[in-house]
Design a protein around this ligand. Structure first.
Ligand code: SF4
Length: 237
C-alpha cells in the first residue's frame, strides 16, 4: 500500500475514533429513492430536503405515477426544499426516461463499474457527479466517496488532494481510496466540515486531525461557542 493510501486510512481511523462509525440505513434504500432524495438535497439543509422528500413520497403512491402528475404539482410538493422548479423538472424527466427504458429501479447500473455507472447517471438532467456517486455509495454499497462542499474543503485542507473543484477532488480522491472505507470516510468528513473544519474559521484547536493536517492557515483561537456553552452548563450546577 502506498503512502497516500496509508495516510487516508490513518485519517479515517482518527475520524472514527473521534466521531464513531457512522450508522448505515438497513436495508439499503433502492437506487431510485436515493437518486430522488439526493436531487432534493441539492442546495438545501438536511431537514428541508427530508421534508420535501417525505411530502413527495406521501402524495405519490408509486414513483411511476410522477409521469402523469403535472410538473407544477410536483413543484408545490417539494417547495420546502428550494429550487423547486428545477428539481421538479429534473425528477419528472428522470422518471419519464426510466419508464421509457422500462427500468424504474435503475437495474442497468448494477452491471456497470463505478465510473461507467456515474457516466450513465449524469446523462439525466439535474444529476451531477455528486448525486450519481451518492446512489453508488448509499444504495449499492460501492466503495465510492461522494464529494460535496464539506468533503471538498476538508480533504484539500488536510492535504490528501490538491484540487480546485469538487468534481476534480472526486476523481483524484476516488482513484486512491482504500477498499471498504467510503461510507465512514465520507460521512465523518461531512461531520468534520460542519462541526469543526468550517469554511471561514476552522476550529483547529479541537480537531482530531491537527497533527496530520497540512493546511497552512490553521486557526488556534478558542471555540467561543463551546466555551460559552460550558459556562452556561456550569451556571446551572
Ligand atoms: S486542523 Fe484545522 S484545517 Fe486541518 S482539518 Fe482540522 S480543522 Fe480543518
Amino acid at each position: 500500500m502506498n503512502e497516500t493510501k496509508k495516510n487516508i486510512n490513518k485519517v479515517n481511523r482518527l475520524l472514527i475514533k473521534h466521531f464513531g462509525i457512522p450508522e448505515r440505513q438497513k436495508p439499503l434504500p433502492y437506487s431510485i429513492d436515493t437518486l430522488i432524495a439526493t436531487i432534493l438535497s441539492q442546495n438545501t439543509n438536511d431537514n428541508n430536503s427530508y421534508r420535501a422528500y417525505k411530502n413527495l413520497k406521501s402524495h405519490i403512491g408509486q414513483w411511476e405515477e410522477i409521469k402523469f402528475v403535472k410538473r407544477s404539482s410536483i413543484e408545490k410538493l417539494i417547495r420546502i426544499g428550494g429550487l423547486a422548479k428545477q428539481k421538479s423538472a429534473a425528477i419528472k424527466n428522470l422518471i419519464t426516461s426510466l419508464i421509457d427504458k422500462n427500468d424504474i429501479n435503475l437495474r442497468f447500473i448494477n452491471e456497470l463499474d463505478n465510473y461507467s455507472a456515474i457516466d450513465q447517471l449524469i446523462k439525466f438532467d439535474g444529476v451531477g457527479v455528486k448525486t450519481a456517486s451518492c446512489v453508488l455509495l448509499f444504495a449499492l454499497d460501492r466503495n465510492v466517496c461522494p464529494v460535496d462542499t464539506h468533503v471538498h474543503r476538508t480533504i484539500n485542507r488536510i492535504g490528501i488532494v490538491n484540487e480546485k473543484t469538487p468534481d476534480k477532488t472526486f476523481n483524484a480522491l476516488n482513484k486512491i481510496l482504500p477498499d471498504g472505507i467510503a461510507h465512514s470516510f465520507h460521512t465523518n468528513l461531512i461531520r468534520l466540515g460542519r462541526e469543526i473544519c468550517k469554511p471561514k474559521k476552522p476550529v483547529c484547536s479541537v480537531c482530531p486531525l491537527i497533527k496530520n493536517c497540512q493546511y497552512s492557515d490553521k486557526n488556534f483561537e478558542a471555540n467561543t461557542k463551546l466555551s460559552n456553552k460550558s459556562f452556561m452548563l456550569l451556571d446551572n450546577v
